[in-house]
Design a protein around this ligand. Sequence first.
Ligand code: NI
Length: 168
Amino acid sequence: MAVLEIKKYPEKILKKKASDVTSFDKELQTLIDNMIETMYAAPGVGLAAPQVGVSKRLAVIDISTKDYKFPLLVIVNPVISKKEGTVEFEEGCLSIPEYTAMVKRSEKLVVSALDREGRHIEIEGEGLLSIALQHEIDHLNGILLIDRISQIKREFFKKRYKKSLVTK
Ligand code: NI
């Protein structure tokens, strides 16, 4: 296994809609293992394939904390089939280091997806799991958390981010 390089805003691959996974071959299994290792090394609660430079509909999620163990999820070609309620949460993203913003999302949802072997799975999520699922599925559609905030906040973010790139 290997820790992969995480693509950072404003790299173009992060804005691209990813394509479906069609083959569950050895190459995909290696990519999944490397994504899991990269997510834990970061550390982060989720990582989508475009964030490691692969424009495929695939993400890994682990919302576990010290006190609360949750199974590691591998979702392939996920589709949100139900949404309910609204929740607002301060989110961060491994592709936008040192930035967080309040993002409004659905409180509960159902996601249909495939697992790493290509078997159909259905995930019911609420709270942090629901937020993480929506955040990662957004990545597969080329949407970043800064696309989910107000225009004023986004302009402010862009100015500040450019400045920090210049001074680094
Ligand atoms: Ni992210």
